[in-house]
Design a protein around this ligand. Structure first.
Ligand code: NAD
Length: 418
């Protein structure tokens, strides 16, 4: 078990779990059960590379808890993927799904590989073989993977096809985040970013502010950050600064996100966008804005820059962008931090909608998906906010508290760990 629990993310997640557990006075047996995943599958995935060599990649699927329903969580292709990171992320999925009121458990998976170094052909073979190795453990009623860092709707299409070949008939519900043509949901692409924007609206409302009058800085312009920018801009917010791996840009009156998106479609990165000034990526984090939305990396707000953060509201679009120590310091100063398991939950909510639509073979229009997503995000924010007011706690511990209360009740009803 040591290799499972030794990583920093796992230890940090346990810390939050223990603090929230203390707060709700969780049953000691339930807490012990939640500290470890139910099952961790390690596979080796051989791929015949384009040059004829066979290369073996380590792959993982960690299934943390299925008290509330089938396991659910993304698959990550990245060179830093390891068992402990995947295990910690699987635990976070259990807490996120519980917090959002979804009938799903938590899982996560991944392959230690740099997908940028593989051809499309190699990626397809990697994905198909990985799916075959995971076949006994996944399925529409068992465990439903989705895209994460380094994977996308094409990866899910290959998984769906391989799983369906093995079972002998089409099984669209085995993965979510699929292309629309093969059972994907409208609104899935923008779901995480849109969910972040709904929580920005709610966070601003707690300070009697509206998104239309807000100045926002966004770190990252990928699957999450880009949609935060597009959706917030559409609602009238001023997006003062955005960044990506190439650098950051700033405009004191707000960046025109429609123009920026067009520029990025043509140039791939935001560096060189003519209608804004280039700034340092670190400077973006320290801007005097109403809302800072870190949507790129983990650990981006930490002990080296925490003293210079000026935004009164931070909404975590990425997973773990504010370190534990920075979180404590900022909360002491009165900064409102909407934690990742709440703020970036929109993706899994619409994944859940996709799974439901695949089961009943009835597909919804985008406005219906957006409305249902808004209802869940607003309701989840309110529940966490009310819990935080009642217990006089920060939103991170409160989100975990709300999540644990639901899980504990379900575990008790099922007679687990009692
Ligand atoms: P992505 O790969 O699509 O985008 C990442 C973005 O970050 C890119 O624009 C990249 O250029 C930028 N970036 C990289 N290094 C940077 C740096 N040093 N400074 C500024 N920008 C930098 O990934 P994503 O799917 O948008 O995921 C981002 C984060 O959100 C991750 O932590 C992920 O786990 C989390 N998340 C994603 C989803 C989802 O639905 N995609 C859901 C929940 C959580």
């Amino acid at each position: 078990m040591e290799s499972l629990t030794e990583g920093a993310l796992y230890r940090n997640t346990l810390r939050t779990l223990e603090s929230a557990g203390d707060l709700i006075k969780i049953n000691a047996n339930a807490l012990e059960r939640l500290k470890l995943p139910r099952r961790a599958v390690i596979v080796s995935v051989p791929v015949k590379m384009d040059d004829g060599r066979v290369q073996i990649f380590p792959g993982y699927r960690v299934q943390h808890n299925q008290t509330l329903g089938p396991f659910k969580g993304g698959l990550r292709y990245h060179q830093s993927v390891n068992l402990s990171e995947v295990a910690a992320l699987s635990m976070l999925m259990t807490f996120k799904n519980s917090l959002l009121g979804l009938p799903l458990g938590g899982a996560k998976g991944g392959i230690t590989v740099n997908p940028n170094l593989l051809s499309m052909n190699e990626l397809e073979h990697l994905t198909r073989r990985f799916t075959t190795e995971l076949n006994p453990f996944i399925g529409p009623d068992k465990d439903i993977p989705a895209p994460d860092v380094g994977t996308d709707s094409q990866t899910m299409a290959w998984m769906l096809d391989t799983y369906s070949m093995d079972s002998g008939f089409s099984q669209t519900g085995v993965v979510t985040g699929k292309p629309i043509e093969i059972g994907g949901s409208h609104g899935r692409e923008c779901a995480t970013g849109l969910g972040v924007v709904y929580t920005i609206e709610k966070a601003l409302a707690t300070r009697n502010r509206k998104i239309q009058d807000a100045k926002i800085a966004i770190q990252g312009f990928g699957k999450v950050g880009m949609h935060v920018a597009i959706e917030a801009f559409a609602l009238g917010a001023k997006i003062l600064a955005v960044s990506d791996v190439s650098g950051a840009i700033y405009h004191p009156e707000g960046i025109n996100i429609t123009q920026l998106k067009k520029y990025i479609d043509e140039n791939k990165v935001l560096k060189g966008f003519p209608n804004a000034q280039g700034i340092d990526g670190e400077e973006l984090l320290e801007l005097d804005v109403d809302v800072l939305a870190p949507c790129a990396l983990d650990g981006t707000i930490n002990s080296t820059n925490v003293d210079r953060i000026k935004a009164p509201i931070i909404v975590e679009g990425a997973n773990g962008p504010v370190t534990m120590n920075a979180n404590d310091e900022l909360c002491k100063k009165g900064v409102l931090i909407v934690p990742d398991i709440l703020a970036n939950g929109g993706g899994v909510v619409v994944s859940y909608f996709e799974w439901v639509q695949d089961i009943v073979w009835l597909f919804w229009q985008e406005d219906e998906v957006r409305q249902k997503l808004k209802t869940i995000m607003y309701r989840s924010f309110d529940t966490v906010w009310n819990f935080a007011q009642e217990k006089q706690e920060n939103l991170r511990i409160s989100a975990m508290g709300v999540s644990l209360q639901r899980l504990e009740k379900a575990m008790k009803l099922r007679g687990q760990a009692w």
